[in-house]
Design a protein around this ligand. Structure first.
Ligand SMILES: Nc1ncnc2c1ncn2[C@@H]1O[C@H](COP(=O)(O)OP(=O)(O)OP(=O)(O)O)[C@@H](O)[C@H]1O
Ligand SMILES: [Mg+2]
Length: 336
């Protein structure tokens, strides 16, 4: 990797892990003689995102996507690993000012637009809050002008600022969330299932809006979804997660053309066939195991059609050239 390329990688995540202590209370443990229990929600997650690029994380429910997102924006402390944004370490060793600037530059958009908006505030106050908090504008008139601009940016009417969140539809509320996220002039947005709570027709509008905004402002996205069809539309590169680990990272087009990991193939086979090519559609088989007691070896082996003895024993290492790769014994041995 050249210096140029390193420079373009604005977000770098390496070896990121998070373990939750999910033990029962002390007294129960003593009475039931049960040991402490730990849940490894994310393990050894490594990826980087170039400026202006969209990197997506996909995986079934519980695979650790939101855990990674929260660690990246600093809402959740990592148990191990590093996150750097433009070379600045996120773990708060910097001065207050540098940290504040970093916080301004990265924002998060959540799945449920209603839960993330204060129901008692009018929309203009909601959007103005980050502008005030980061001291981007100081006088009232300038703030209200900026709020109007932001509402227009997300294709709402500046007069909508006088309303409350409950007066909007789900799609409009997500637009408000996007406007608030953009208020601090961020460069990097972490979007955790931003359209999963929306009607399919509205989903497309929001996704297109996000793409337009990306083009306009050169935004970098970490985009999270359990829906491969959505991810295909949005992301240049895709990371597939299973039970807290990245099992495959590939260029978006390549992933759909030539999925390598058996889990990726399983996810792809379950997508509805919109082109009506006659491709048989297979439901995703099996269930995600209990993450507190994950299977030994490759965690996917109980569901994998290609699993052998080695897969039951040995954790597959992530093999890859630079930015893409796969963690699978069957692929490594040429059995896939
Ligand atoms: N605060 C917490 N305490 C204990 N366990 C947690 C906590 N947060 C998440 N987990 C567990 O970590 C695992 C990963 O959760 P996470 O929310 O990251 O999954 P996800 O991929 O975002 O799923 P979904 O698609 O349903 O949003 C799950 O097994 C979850 O139960
Ligand atoms: Mg989630």
């Amino acid at each position: 990797m050249g210096v140029d390329e390193l420079d373009r990688q604005t977000v770098r995540v390496s070896g990121l892990s998070r373990t939750f202590d999910v033990s029962k209370p002390w007294l129960n443990r003593v009475i039931e003689r049960s040991p402490k229990a730990f849940l490894k929600a994310a393990q050894d997650i490594t990826f980087s995102i170039s400026r202006g690029e969209t990197f997506a994380l996909v995986g079934e429910s519980g695979s650790g996507k939101s855990t990674v997102a929260k660690m990246v924006v600093g809402l959740l402390e990592a148990s191990a690993g590093e996150i750097t944004v433009d070379g600045v370490d996120m773990r708060g060793s910097q001065s207050g000012k540098a940290m504040r600037d970093l916080r301004r530059r990265m924002q998060m958009i959540f799945q449920d637009p209603y839960a993330s908006l204060n129901p008692r505030w009018r929309v203009d106050r909601i959007i103005a809050e980050p502008i005030r908090a980061f001291g981007l504008e100081n006088d009232k008139k300038a703030i209200s002008k900026r709020v109007g601009e932001l509402l227009e940016l997300v294709r709402l009417d500046p007069r909508d600022g006088a309303k409350y969140p409950h007066e909007f539809s789900g799609g409009q509320r997500q637009r408000i969330c996007i406007a608030r996220a953009l208020a601090s002039k961020p460069e990097f947005l972490v979007c955790d299932e931003p359209t999963s709570a929306l009607d399919v027709s509205v989903q497309a509008q929001i996704l297109n809006l996000m793409k337009d905004l990306q083009d306009e402002f050169g935004l970098t996205y970490l985009f999270i979804s359990h829906d491969l069809a959505v991810v295909r539309h949005m992301a240049k590169r895709i990371g597939v997660m299973y039970l807290g680990r990245l099992v495959e990272v590939a260029d978006g087009k390549e992933l759909f053309r030539n999925p390598r990991h058996p889990y990726t193939r399983m996810l792809l086979e379950a997508i509805p066939d919109l082109e009506m090519s006659g491709r048989p559609r297979k439901a995703v088989e099996g269930e995600i195991p209990n993450p507190i007691t994950p299977p030994p070896g490759c965690a996917f082996h109980p569901r994998c059609p290609l699993a052998n003895e080695r897969c039951k024993r040995e954790l597959p290492l992530f093999m890859g050239a630079g930015e893409t790769g796969v963690a699978c014994h069957a692929v490594e041995e040429g059995r896939a």
